[in-house]
Structure formats: structure tokens, C-alpha cells
Ligand binder design. Structure first.
Ligand SMILES: NC(=O)c1ccc[n+]([C@@H]2O[C@H](COP(=O)([O-])OP(=O)(O)OC[C@H]3O[C@@H](n4cnc5c(N)ncnc54)[C@H](OP(=O)(O)O)[C@@H]3O)[C@@H](O)[C@H]2O)c1
Length: 324
């Protein structure tokens, strides 16, 4: 494993360069502000009528319409939602000056062909491994968030230097930059979202909650057991690892976990995880994401409504109110 930190990185490839950040959402906001505070010349590129314009300006950032921001930049960072990268790239391509660097914080749109960058461009990835809100708060605290980096296209011969200097300027090299590829980052990230932290874990919590409630346990007790302890175990794993977490829990919890964990996450689960990975690699999810966007996000809207109306969520709100 090669983990690069500030002392290993030359900031010169970004010196005197202008970086256009396209999109001022979760990552766009954090990366623009971190770059700005690192002394980089930043311009935020927004579509006409963007609701984010006032906020970016109030934060002291220069803003411009997409074509103007792109036309003035040496580095252009695609920080709008992945599913619109194809349309966004088509819109900005005529304004990209020859030889500029095009950056991404997720490998999806390049790996799965939503964007096919022009041959004269450098194409790089700096993917912070966490949300923009944390990227910003860590930077402000003098710390950083670990990130993966990669180069897909090196037209200038300087793409590696630009990628690393960019990762440094957003604060990630304070924690470490790990070499990867667009394909590896995209596939591992999509796999995790579906099978592990964002897909698997919440469904496990809901299934546990439902099972206890169906077994006659009060919803608030089921909630405290199955959902309430998640932060505790997440913090313990973060601080001590899985082995260290097991050392500090009671013998009762440790033996229960040993017997029950492998019974629930058995070979059939691992087999379905392998299927998810194979489907991700075949581009199935990227196609579903594009079609969800094209039809106005009906599945996401329905699931958001269902989640808000669920017994688990209503119990959580009631408990919150009672605690206040
Ligand atoms: N969320 C995270 O923390 C996270 C973590 C790691 C990597 N990433 C990656 O970072 C990238 C950005 O993700 P995000 O979650 O930060 O996105 P996001 O918050 O959903 O991005 C919202 C921004 O994108 C702009 N936008 C939306 N549609 C647009 C369009 N058609 N044309 C131009 N601008 C448009 C919005 O403009 P308006 O202001 O006009 O609405 C807004 O400024 C993605 O590649 C994602 O995979 C995200």
C-alpha cells in the first residue's frame, strides 16, 4: 500500500492555476472552501438561477455561470450529481481549453462511460472517503479525510502531480492519499453502498426492529436495541477495529455476537454480495441510476416517503420528542 502525505507531495502543479468547481452541493461546497483556504484561485461554476449562488458568494467565493467558469480554468472539478455528469460534460466540453485537467470525486461516470473525456485532457480522481460536511470540518480542525486518487488520462505528463496537489489542497493529504483507479474506486464504492454500509446495515436494523416488534416487544425498546446502539459500535470499531471492539464488550455480548453474527451473515449472504459486485462491474447499477434520473427519480421519491411513514421512524420521532 502506498499512502502519500503532505511531506511527499509537491504543491507546485497547482500554483497559479485556477480551479473551477462545478456544483456547490455536499462535496462542491467543502472542496471550494478548503481550496480557497489553501490559497488556491477558485471559481464556482453554477447553472443559471442556481439556488446555491447566494450561499457561495456569502462564503467569499467567486461564482460564474458554467461556461464562463470552465473557460477560465486550468482544472475543472465535476462535483454535480454523478447521474448528470454525461449531460453536464456535453454542455461544458466546448468551453474546456486544450490541455486542462478534468477532475472527479467518484469514478462512476468515467468508469461506466457516461463521460468520455476528450483526448487532450488530463483526467484525475480525488475521492474523499466521507461526506463533504466532514471533509470541511476536519480541514477547519487542522486535520484531513483520507482519499483515493487516480489518473485515467495523462495528456500533459503532469496529471499525477495535479491530482496529488489537488488532494493536498483540499486537506486529504493530512490524513493520506491512497493510489487506486477509476474502476476500482467506482466498483468498490458502489458495492459498499448496496451491500454493506448504506444498503446492508440499515436493512439489517429494520429487519431486527420488525422482528422484535412482531415478537411483542414495545417499538421504543426495539428501536433502542436495534438502532440506538449503532453509533456506539461504529465509534468503537473506528477507534479500536473489530477485534478491539470485541475486547471491550461484555462476555455476554461477545458470545452472542459470535454465535449469531455468522448465522445471520452466512454463505448465502456472501454469495449475494458476489452477485452484487458482478452486477456493478457489468454496469447494471450505472444504467439504473441513469434511468432513475431520466424518469424524475420515482423510486427514490417513493422510498423516501415510505421511510418517513414507517413505524421505526415514527417511534424515533416520538422518542426524540419525549427526550426533549
Ligand atoms: N456526497 C458526498 O459527500 C460525496 C462523497 C464522496 C464523493 N462524492 C462525489 O462528489 C460528486 C458530487 O456529489 P454531491 O453529493 O456533492 O452532489 P450534490 O450535493 O447532489 O450536488 C449538488 C450541486 O450540483 C448542482 N447540479 C445539479 N444538477 C445540475 C445540473 N444539471 N447542472 C449543473 N449543476 C447541477 C446543484 O446545482 P444547484 O445549486 O443549481 O441546485 C448543486 O450545486 C459526485 O461525483 C459524488 O459521487 C460525494
Amino acid at each position: 500500500m502506498q499512502l502519500l502525505r503532505d511531506a511527499d507531495i509537491d504543491p507546485a502543479p497547482l500554483a497559479g492555476k485556477r480551479v473551477a468547481i462545478l456544483g456547490y452541493g455536499n462535496q462542491g461546497r467543502a472542496q471550494s472552501l478548503n481550496l480557497h483556504d489553501s490559497g488556491i484561485d477558485v471559481i464556482v461554476g453554477l447553472r443559471g438561477g442556481s439556488g446555491s449562488a447566494n450561499e457561495a458568494e456569502a462564503a467569499g467565493l467567486r461564482i460564474a455561470l458554467l461556461d464562463e467558469a470552465v473557460g477560465s480554468a486550468d482544472v475543472v472539478m465535476m462535483l454535480a450529481p454523478d447521474e448528470i455528469h454525461g449531460a453536464l460534460y456535453k454542455e461544458i466540453e466546448p468551453h474546456l481549453r486544450s490541455g486542462v485537467a478534468l477532475g472527479f470525486s467518484h469514478g462512476l461516470s468515467v468508469r461506466f462511460g457516461l463521460v468520455a473525456p476528450r483526448a487532450d485532457l488530463d483526467v484525475f480522481l480525488v475521492a474523499p472517503k466521507g461526506p463533504g460536511t466532514a471533509l470541511r470540518s476536519l480541514y477547519r480542525a487542522g486535520r484531513g479525510m483520507i482519499a483515493l486518487w487516480a489518473v485515467e488520462q495523462d495528456a500533459s505528463g503532469n496529471a499525477r502531480g495535479i491530482a496529488l496537489a489537488y488532494g493536498q489542497a483540499i486537506g486529504c493529504a493530512r490524513a493520506g492519499l491512497i493510489a487506486s483507479s477509476f474502476a476500482e474506486e467506482a466498483e468498490a464504492d458502489l458495492f459498499n453502498e448496496q451491500a454493506v454500509v448504506w444498503g446492508g446495515v440499515p436493512e439489517l436494523l429494520v429487519a431486527g426492529f420488525d422482528t422484535l416488534v412482531a415478537g411483542g416487544v414495545a417499538p421504543e425498546v426495539a428501536l433502542l436495541e436495534c438502532v440506538g446502539e449503532l453509533k456506539l459500535i461504529a465509534d468503537l470499531i473506528d477507534e479500536r477495529g473489530i477485534a478491539g471492539m470485541r475486547e471491550v464488550i461484555s462476555n455476554t455480548a461477545e458470545l452472542g455476537a459470535l454465535i449469531g453474527g455468522k448465522r445471520i451473515i452466512d454463505e448465502s449472504v456472501r454469495k449475494r454480495m458476489a452477485e452484487v459486485l458482478a452486477e456493478v462491474r457489468a454496469g447494471r447499477f450505472a444504467r439504473e441510476l441513469e434511468s432513475e434520473e431520466a424518469s424524475g427519480y420515482p423510486r427514490l421519491e417513493r422510498s423516501r416517503t415510505d421511510d418517513r411513514a414507517s413505524l421505526l421512524e415514527r417511534t424515533r420521532m416520538e422518542l426524540r420528542k419525549a427526550e426533549d
